[in-house]
Design a protein. Structure first.
Lengths: 155, 402
């Protein structure tokens, strides 16, 4: 388990977990029985999340890169001007479907030299074919909006 | 306002935690559930102002999916409301609409074209509609064979109270000519490359419906930029793409708008298609209302629970129709039991539902299926189509009890 992986839920828990506990208590006092247990559980979660975040590494890059290969540079130049790599990383398509996508994107303005078309389709279908394991997307945190997140600003 | 949103999410999170704890029965399994989920994600979080714990399908441009475990409040808090952008959000919109250059023009087949400022639009009578908004491509990643497009899981759907002038009041201010049969919306999306602009139209009958809005508010607050500030179309019960964001032009047309996002985009085969087969454009029709559908929001797929009571819960919706029942199977679809429907309801909004059952030990496959007022029931297998629209197979999660 990498430190990066732990950061996702860890920081989310801190984000909410460090809500003034009075607020949590106020809500929990409405619970007829077992309020103390609820509170203890919250406390355990908050502490656990602090520990998890203490071990966490830097947050994910906002955008990702395409996989390495002879066509990486050309694919990046052709595709990533209009959208990020993540849109490609999550597709799992046959070679025929990739060919359709490449041709559609060329029509929509992607600069692909006609001599590179087949190699680009090969690169995409080799890396993002139907049998590849699924892409695991990251989550968002809204620290800038609340201005109160537990996540440390990377500066 | 951002702080309010953040507070709502916190409250919501506390409520979720109570729900999860009820399902699992004790704190330690809950903790291990969180930690196991932490291990399954690949990256740290990405800061997106106003968006909490959302699944990032795309960051540039922004496409965010609501995790199904958030489907536990009838109204989705805005920070948890899914975001679907086809292109980049407009960069030039002032944060202060009263002083901005933003205008909404209404033209085409009208007696007198008009242009409205934000304050002028705000003076129309306001109407509110609680609507479940779902992207036509929701569930696309579950189609086999896989199809291209944003690979949504189950969460490109959310519910909010939308408020603003009725579209028909705005159209009638300009005067609708009898030749007007369709209403076109153009947003301020910033178009990259030679991508066709995001313009679509709806038939005049739907445009004149008293619940079709030019929405300016969501859950009582001004629209956020991700959701179409300063104004968006709200076409209730229909695919999300009908509800154009960052609205700047409304045009009444004699016939359906011709453009990529009307055809070949957002069309569905007229006849059932064998998975993987191509479909000719002339054998398709534009998507309009949503299908009948339910999603299980808890327990989450792969949950490891202790023996005892399990509260299966979720949401069910049916576009322009009403949900009449939700059934749950805890034995992989052999027997079905009625779920209890939540009290909160509105014509175009989802119903929350719950079903409690006792577990002893072992593996359980839990399914849900909804039936609507048109007599439609979710199919057991997906209806495949080349763009992966309107996925609505009975939902399924697997849990392990030990």
């Amino acid at each position: 388990m990498s430190h990066n992986k732990r950061a996702v839920w860890g920081s989310r828990m801190v984000m909410w977990g460090r809500t003034p506990l009075r607020q949590a208590q106020g809500r929990l006092s409405a619970v007829q029985s077992g309020a103390a247990r609820w509170f203890a559980m919250l406390l355990v979660l908050s502490l656990a999340s602090i520990i998890v975040v203490a071990q966490s590494a830097a947050p994910a890059k906002t955008t990702e890169d395409l996989p390495s290969g002879a066509m990486e540079g050309k694919a990046s130049a052709s595709c990533l001007e209009c959208h990020e790599a993540r849109i490609i990383l999550q597709q799992r398509l046959s070679k025929a479907a990739w060919a359709k996508e490449v041709d559609k994107m060329v029509k929509w303005g992607a600069a692909v030299d006609s001599s590179d078309r087949d190699a680009l389709i090969d690169y995409l279908s080799a890396n993002f074919g139907p049998d590849q394991p699924g892409y695991e997307p990251p989550r968002t945190s809204s620290d800038k909006a609340s201005g109160k997140s537990g996540e440390k600003k990377a500066k | 306002m951002p702080n309010n949103n953040a507070m709502n999410s916190r409250r919501n999170f506390l409520m979720q935690m109570s729900g999860a704890a009820l399902a699992s029965g004790a704190a330690p399994p809950l903790l291990s559930l969180f930690l196991s989920r932490a291990a399954s994600a690949q990256n740290g979080p990405i800061a997106v102002p106003g968006e909490d714990g959302m699944i990032v399908r795309s960051y540039r441009f922004v496409d965010l999916e609501t995790p199904v475990e958030y489907f536990n409040t009838w109204l989705t808090p805005v920070p948890h409301f899914f975001v679907r952008n086809h292109m980049h959000e407009p960069s030039e919109l002032s944060a202060n609409p009263g002083n901005s250059d933003w205008r909404l023009s209404v033209g085409g087949e009208v007696d007198k074209p008009i242009t409205l400022t934000f304050p002028e639009l705000s003076k129309f009578e306001t109407h509110s509609v609680v609507n479940t908004l779902e992207c036509a491509g929701n569930g696309r990643s579950l189609q086999r064979p896989q199809v291209p497009g944003v690979q949504w899981g189950k969460g490109a759907v959310s519910t909010a109270r939308f408020s603003g002038p009725r579209l028909r009041d705005v159209l009638q201010r300009a005067g609708i000519k009898p030749t007007g049969k369709h209403v076109m919306f153009r947003g301020l999306d910033e178009v990259p490359g030679k991508v066709p602009p995001f313009i679509r139209s709806i038939p005049i009958e739907k445009a004149l419906d008293s619940d079709t809005l030019v929405a300016m508010q969501m859950n009582g607050a001004p629209l956020t930029k991700h959701h179409g500030f300063p104004a968006r179309a709200l076409v209730p019960g229909w695919i999300g793409a009908a509800s154009c964001k960052w609205l700047t032009e409304i045009k009444i047309l004699e016939s359906e708008f011709v453009g990529n996002f009307m055809s070949p985009g957002y069309r569905f085969p007229n006849q059932p298609v064998k998975p993987g087969d191509a479909v000719k454009p002339e054998d398709t029709h534009p998507l309009t209302a949503l299908s009948v559908k339910s999603v299980i929001s808890g327990p989450i797929d792969g949950a490891k629970l202790k023996p005892g009571k399990v509260a299966v819960r979720g949401a069910a919706w049916a576009g322009e129709a009403d949900i009449v029942k939700v059934e749950v199977s805890t034995d992989g679809g052999t027997s079905w039991n009625p779920a209890a429907l939540g009290h909160d309801q509105a014509h175009y909004a989802w119903r929350l539902w719950t079903y409690d059952f006792k577990t002893k030990g072992g593996d359980y496959t839990i399914l849900s299926r909804a039936t609507d007022s048109l007599g439609r029931t979710q199919p057991s297998t997906p209806v495949w189509n080349p763009s992966g629209y309107l996925y609505n197979a009975a939902d399924q999660v697997k849990i392990h009890v030990a």
